[in-house]
Ligand binder design. Structure first.
Ligand SMILES: Nc1ncnc2c1ncn2[C@@H]1O[C@H](COP(=O)(O)OP(=O)(O)OP(=O)(O)O)[C@@H](O)[C@H]1O
Length: 458
C-alpha cells in the first residue's frame, strides 16, 4: 500500500472521506501540517471533506507573524476557510511554555470543533513523533497501558482527534512537500524542544533507524499490537468483573482469588478505577492484593489514598470514601450571569453571555424568557445535557469521555437556567436546543486568562 493509500485508509476508517463532512486541519505552517493540508486538498472532490484550517499564532518568536500572514494568504488563494487565533504574550507563563502553548492550542481546537460541529480535528503527527513518544515512555516507565503512544483517533470534545499521518515518516512528509512545491516554515523552536525529546529526535531515533531502516514501521506495528492487546484485556476484564463482585459492587475475595493469578491485578485495578474514578497503577497494587489475600486479617480497613479506603468483612471488600469529601460539604456557589459582561469563573476561564458574538468561537444559543436568570455553578453528579437526538448525557460521562483528568473535573463549571437545567458544560459541551419563534439567540463565549503548565494527553 502506498503512503497516500494509507493516508486515505486512515481517513476512511473515521468516515472522513466524505464531502458532506467538515474537518478542522491544525496547521502550524511546518512541513508536516503543510503536507497534511496539501494531501487533503488533493483528494478527489467526491472524497474530500470540507476543510477548515485552524492556526494558533503563539507569538513565541518574530517568525510567528510571518507564518500567520503566509497561511492567511495561502488560504485566500486556495479558497480555504481559516480560523486563526492569537496567544498574546501577556498570557504566556514564565515556565512550562511548551505545555501551556499546547493547552491553549487544544482548547482552541476544542472550541472550534464544538462551534462548527466539525467531525474531527486533524493534526500532522507522524511516525517519528510516535517513536519519540514511545521511547520517552519506555525510559520513564509505568503500566503497560501507559505505553500506548499517539492514538490514530480518539474522542475529542464533540468529535474526534485524528492523526492520519502516523504511518508517514518525517522524511516522507518532507519529500512529499518538496515534490508538491509546498512552502513551509522550519519551526525554530524545534531546535530547543525539551531536552529528552531533542536527544531522542536527533540522536536515538537516527541511530535506531540506522540499525534497522524499518525501525519506525516496527514502532507503528508495536503500537497497533499493544492497542489490540489492551482492547482484548479490557473486554476480558469486563467479562470477569461481574464474576468477582456483588450487586453492590463489593469484591468477593474468594472469587477474586480463584482467578488465574495473571488476571488478579488487572481485575483489581479495573474494580478500583471504576469504584473511585481514580487511576491506580498496577505497579502499586501489590500491597493491596497482599492485604486482600491475608487470611490473618479477615476484617479491617486499608487506606488507598487521601480520598478512598477499602473495608473488609465476611469475605467481602467495599470501596468507601475516606472522609466526607470537601466537594460534597461545600454549598454550591452560584454566580448570576451578567448579560454582555465577561465573568471570571475559574482561575483560567473567563466566560460571558452576549447579545452579539464576542469571539469568532462564540456559540449561538437559543433562550426563552423563561430561562432567565442564568447562573454559573460547579457541575454536580446528577447534571445532564440534552442531546440532539432527544436523549440526555451525564456531565460526568462527558468529562470521562473527554479524558478530563480527575483533579481537573472538580473545577468544571456549568451554565444553568432558572430551572437549574444545564445549558453549557463550560469548555466541554453545549446542551442541544432547537431554536423556535419564542427563542432569542445569545452567544456563549469562553476565553482563557492564565495558563498552567499542565501537559495535555496526546
Ligand atoms: N501553532 C499551531 N497551529 C495549529 N496547529 C498546530 C500548531 N502547532 C502544532 N499544531 C498541530 O499539532 C501538530 C503537532 O505539532 P507539535 O509536534 O509541534 O506539537 P507537540 O506539542 O509536540 O504535540 P502534541 O500537541 O501532541 O503534544 C502539528 O503537526 C499541527 O497539526
Amino acid at each position: 500500500m502506498t503512503p497516500i493509500q494509507q493516508f486515505k485508509r486512515q481517513l476512511a476508517a473515521q468516515q472522513l472521506l466524505d464531502p458532506e463532512v467538515t474537518v478542522i486541519v491544525a496547521v502550524s505552517t511546518g512541513v508536516d501540517s503543510m503536507a497534511l493540508l496539501t494531501l487533503l486538498e488533493q483528494l478527489p472532490s467526491q472524497q474530500r471533506p470540507q476543510l477548515i484550517v485552524a492556526h494558533v499564532n503563539h507569538h513565541l518568536r518574530a517568525q510567528s507573524q510571518t507564518e500567520a500572514a503566509y497561511l492567511t494568504k495561502y488560504c485566500q488563494q486556495h479558497q480555504l476557510t481559516l480560523k486563526l487565533t492569537d496567544w498574546p504574550v501577556r498570557l504566556h507563563p514564565k515556565t512550562g511554555i511548551e505545555a501551556a502553548a499546547r493547552q491553549f492550542r487544544y482548547t482552541f481546537f476544542g472550541q472550534l470543533i464544538t462551534a462548527t460541529q466539525a467531525a474531527a480535528v486533524l493534526t500532522a503527527h507522524h511516525a517519528n513523533d510516535q517513536a519519540e513518544t514511545y521511547l520517552m515512555k519506555l525510559a520513564r516507565g509505568g503500566d503497560l497501558a501507559q505505553l500506548v503512544g499517539i492514538q490514530a483517533a480518539r474522542p475529542f470534545y464533540t468529535g474526534q482527534l485524528v492523526r492520519p499521518l502516523l504511518t508517514w515518516s518525517k522524511g516522507q512528509l518532507r519529500e512529499y512537500a518538496q515534490a508538491q512545491g509546498v512552502t513551509w516554515y522550519e519551526d525554530a523552536t524545534n531546535a530547543d524542544v525539551e531536552l529528552t525529546r531533542n536527544r531522542l529526535r536527533h540522536r536515538v531515533v537516527p541511530e535506531l533507524t540506522q540499525l534497522n531502516p524499518a525501525f519506525l514501521a516496527h514502532v507503528a506495528s508495536y503500537e497497533q499490537q499493544l492497542q489490540q492487546l489492551l482492547m482484548a484485556q479490557t473486554e476480558m476484564i469486563r467479562g470477569l468483573l461481574p464474576t468477582v463482585t456483588t450487586q453492590k459492587k463489593q469484591l468477593t475475595v474468594d472469587a477474586w482469588q480463584q482467578l488465574p493469578s495473571s488476571w488478579q491485578l488487572p481485575v483489581l485495578q479495573a474494580w478500583l478505577t471504576q469504584g473511585t474514578d481514580t487511576q491506580f497503577s498496577q505497579l502499586k497494587l501489590g500491597p493491596v492484593a497482599h492485604w486482600l489475600q491475608n487470611s490473618q486479617l479477615p476484617t479491617g480497613r486499608l487506606p488507598l489514598n487521601h480520598d478512598w479506603q477499602l473495608t473488609k468483612a465476611t469475605g467481602l471488600v467495599a470501596i468507601q470514601p475516606l472522609k466526607k469529601r470537601v466537594k460534597k460539604l461545600r454549598p454550591v456557589e452560584k454566580n448570576m450571569v451578567d448579560l454582555n459582561q465577561w465573568q471570571k469563573i475559574t482561575a483560567t476561564q473567563v466566560v460571558g453571555v452576549f447579545e452579539q458574538a464576542a469571539l469568532p468561537t462564540s456559540q449561538p444559543f437559543p433562550l426563552t424568557d423563561d430561562d432567565w436568570p442564568l447562573q454559573w455553578r460547579p457541575w454536580q453528579a446528577n447534571d445532564l445535557v440534552q442531546l440532539k437526538g432527544g436523549g440526555h448525557q451525564k456531565v460526568r460521562r462527558i468529562l470521562i469521555d473527554q479524558k478530563v483528568p480527575v483533579a481537573q473535573r472538580a473545577l468544571v463549571q456549568v451554565l444553568v437556567n432558572a430551572h437549574d437545567t444545564v445549558l453549557w458544560v463550560v469548555g466541554h459541551k453545549f446542551s442541544y436546543r432547537q431554536p423556535t419563534t419564542a427563542t432569542r439567540t445569545v452567544f456563549l463565549a469562553l476565553k482563557h486568562t492564565e495558563l498552567k503548565g499542565a501537559h495535555l494527553k496526546r
